[in-house]
Each structure stands twice: as structure tokens, then as C-alpha cells.
Write a protein that binds this ligand. Structure first.
Ligand code: B12
Length: 337
């Protein structure tokens, strides 16, 4: 049986058209990069700290021979709204759940033809962008994003490790050096993402500092006062470096119905957000990727954005949590309301 052809067919029946294969092996070539990031203290709290775990996919399946990488397009509308908004990747259903369901269907197929299979999306040690690059899904841009030809960078990445042998090392001709060459060729002299990054977290020569990435700042538990103004309408996540990327102009939109934006995510009601209760959270925001850090993170970001923009303190009906109260008082002090 031609495993590759059969798996591609299964994906295609599921509406997935960007898929690739690479050998499941240790990524020795990434050790230096990860060590340098450690030395420069630019690892992010959401990253795995043990390098061996990041470079060795066989810790997940000892007999793993192939990694399959699949891109899941999520954007429904390439236009951006002004004002206080959620990032595009959070508008539909939570990708962790959606993608796992797709991948598990593919794993079931692999099992049916005699292979072992294990699925991954986001919350794992694997260097998912690098793997996608090795699988030929696209190139890695200066903004760090894995950029596909058809959907630009507006894709999530999911992987399957299997013990089926689908590629041999001689087929895998992409490597770390090509990654840099490809990026320099594709991004060329373009500096759109560097110039648009509100916190200068993307650097031309140096590695990006994810700890200043506004996407991270919207997700971290403690935001220092100096970042309040920088949020500038961002409720969760940041799209600045993707919005301006020339490779994202005129790309295809998603065909995956699960990522169709919820109305409450697109047409936000700021008072409802700031005063949401556990039920609102459970029935709405928790369904999306904006909910993974909990209810108070969304309330906090909504409060910061609203108070900074309107200089109005009369939006909160009743501050229930000490966490939110702390931000409320810091904002009052900062704005001298
Ligand atoms: C931690 C994390 C974050 C952190 C840090 C992001 C970062 N830039 O490192 C924060 C919270 C900031 C974040 C933000 C976002 N994230 Co995130 N995040 C992750 C996570 C869990 C780990 C990433 C990681 O290890 N970063 C550390 C660096 C070293 O690794 P890397 O980005 O994989 O970089 C590789 C290449 O880019 C390349 N490389 C990078 N820099 C350099 C520099 C040089 C000199 C060279 C040679 C190579 C090189 O080599 C690296 C080796 O792996 C991954 C899931 C995963 N397991 O991979 C998702 C993931 C990267 N995130 C994702 C998404 C969607 C986002 C956001 C777009 C969400 C948003 N709209 O707000 C932003 C994008 C910000 C950005 N421009 O990178 C997607 C990316 C999909 C894509 N098309 O690329 C992933 C893959 C999740 C998924 N399964 O879909 N994220």
C-alpha cells in the first residue's frame, strides 16, 4: 500500500489540503538555537525548558518513524476591524479541540492499516513550525510564522507521529540552513512585520523576544503598568505581524466550518465582557481559544482597553475578584480618574 497517497486521500476527504511528511528523528541541529535562547534568557513561559524533550520526538513514540504535519486554515475574513477586538485565531471554536478531532480521525485510519499513531496540537514539546517546514508546508517568515502559499500564515499546525515508514532520510532534503535561506529569499528586504510590531519584539538579525510579544502580554497573568497602553484594543492575542505581511494578501480563506467566527467574538459588547459571570464564560468565551487562560484574563484585558480608551471608570458593575480589583485600582491611579 502507498501509505502517503492513502493518508493524503483521507485528509483531502476531510477538507485538509496542506499536508507533508518528514522522518521522525532527533533534531540535533536545533540544540544550538535553543541553547542560545536560554543564554539570552528569551525563552517564553509557555515553552518547554528541557532541550532534550524539544528535539526528540521519539520520547512520544519510541518506534515512531514518520511525522505528518498538517496545516489547518482558520481565517474567514481578511479584513480587520478597528477598536477593541479579539485576535483572528480566537474567533471560532478552540483549535486545540477542533484539530484533535480531525487528527484522531486520521489516526484511526492509520490504525486500520496497521500503524500506530499519536496526535499533537500546540500543547506539546515539539517544535511545530520547524517540523511543518521540514514537511514542506511552507517557509518560516521573519515574523516567526510558518507561512503557506495558499493560506499565508493564517494556519494552525497539527502533527501525527506514526511507526509507519513513509519517508526515508534521503527524501528529507530540507534542513535548518535551508530554513534561513528560504526566509531570506521569501522575506527579502521586507521589514513590514518588524515595523508593525508594537513592542519591537521582532528583530532583523537577532531572534525574536517572545516575552515582549503582545500576544504573550495579553495572555500572561501579571501585566506591568507600562504595557497597558500598548494593548491598544487587543483583547487576546495579537495579529500585527500577520496583518501587514505581504504573503497574507489575497490568500484563501478557511473551508473549516468549526473556525467560523462566533458573532459574540466579532461584535463584542465591552460591558458584557467586563461584567461577565461564570455562565457567560462557560457558554461563550470558553468555547474559543481566548478562554484557555481563564475568565479573569479576558475581563482584565477588556477593562484595561476600555479604561485606557474611554478614560471612564464607570463600567464595572461590581468588582468580585481581588485580581480584577488590583488592575482596576492601578488603572484609576495611572489615569488619575
Ligand atoms: C510558546 C508559543 C507562543 C509564545 C511565543 C511565540 C514565539 N515567537 O516563540 C506566544 C504566546 C508569544 C505565542 C504567540 C503566537 N502564537 Co504561539 N506558540 C507557542 C508554542 C507553544 C511554542 C513555540 C516555541 O517553542 N517558540 C520558541 C521558538 C524558538 O520556536 P519556534 O517559534 O517554533 O521557532 C522555530 C522557527 O521559527 C525557527 N526560528 C525562529 N527564530 C529563529 C531565528 C533564527 C536565527 C533561526 C535560524 C531560526 C529561527 O526555528 C525555531 C525552531 O523550532 C507553539 C506550539 C509548538 N509546540 O511549537 C505555538 C505556535 C507557534 N503559536 C501559534 C500561533 C497561531 C501564535 C500566534 C499567531 C497567536 C496570535 N495571533 O496571537 C502568535 C504569533 C506570535 C509570533 N509572531 O510568533 C502557532 C503558529 C502557526 C504558524 N502558522 O506559524 C503554533 C505553532 C501553535 C499551533 N499548533 O498552531 N506563541
Amino acid at each position: 500500500m502507498n501509505y502517503e497517497k492513502e493518508i493524503v486521500k483521507v485528509c483531502s476527504n476531510l477538507g485538509l489540503d496542506i499536508i507533508g511528511f518528514t522522518e521522525c528523528r532527533k533534531f540535533h541541529e536545533l540544540i544550538e538555537l535553543f541553547n542560545n535562547r536560554k543564554k539570552q534568557e528569551i525563552e517564553n513561559e509557555f515553552e518547554e525548558k528541557i532541550i532534550e524533550n524539544r528535539i526528540n520526538p521519539n520520547i512520544y513514540m519510541r518506534e515512531g518513524k514518520t511525522i505528518i504535519s498538517i496545516a489547518f486554515p482558520y481565517i474567514y475574513d481578511l479584513n480587520y476591524k478597528d477598536g477593541i477586538t479579539f485576535s483572528k485565531y480566537t474567533l471560532g471554536n478552540d483549535y486545540h479541540i477542533v484539530i484533535k478531532e480531525y487528527l484522531d480521525k486520521i489516526c484511526t485510519f492509520i490504525n486500520s492499516i496497521g500503524g500506530k499513531a499519536k496526535s499533537f496540537v500546540d500543547n506539546n514539546y515539539l517544535p511545530e513550525r520547524y517540523i511543518a517546514y521540514l514537511c514542506g508546508l511552507g517557509f518560516i517568515g521573519r515574523n516567526n510564522m510558518l507561512i503557506t502559499k495558499k493560506y499565508g500564515s493564517y494556519v494552525f499546525l497539527g502533527e501525527i507521529i506514526t511507526d509507519l515508514k513513509i519517508v526515508s532520510s534521503s527524501n528529507c532534503n530540507l534542513n535548518y540552513n535551508n530554513l534561513i535561506e528560504d526566509r531570506d529569499y521569501q522575506c527579502n528586504s521586507c521589514e513590514c512585520c518588524l515595523n508593525s510590531c508594537p513592542t519591537s519584539s521582532i528583530k532583523k538579525e537577532d531572534m525574536c523576544n517572545p516575552n515582549y510579544c503582545l500576544s504573550y502580554i495579553t495572555q500572561k497573568k501579571y501585566i506591568e503598568d507600562e504595557w497597558f497602553e500598548k494593548l491598544n484594543g487587543r483583547l487576546f492575542g495579537c495579529d500585527s505581524c500577520q496583518k501587514v505581511c505581504p504573503h497574507n494578501k489575497n490568500v484563501s480563506v478557511s473551508n473549516l466550518i468549526e473556525f467560523k467566527p462566533y458573532d459574540f467574538m466579532q461584535n463584542i459588547n465591552i460591558s458584557e465582557l467586563i461584567n461577565m459571570d461564570n455562565n457567560d464564560f462557560k457558554e461563550k468565551y470558553k468555547l474559543t481559544a481566548s478562554g484557555w487562560r481563564g475568565k479573569n484574563i479576558i475581563i482584565r484585558n477588556a477593562l484595561i482597553n476600555y479604561m485606557i480608551e474611554s478614560r471612564n471608570k464607570n463600567i464595572i458593575k461590581n468588582v468580585k475578584s481581588p485580581y480584577i480589583e488590583d488592575y482596576y485600582h492601578r488603572l484609576l491611579e495611572k489615569l488619575l480618574l
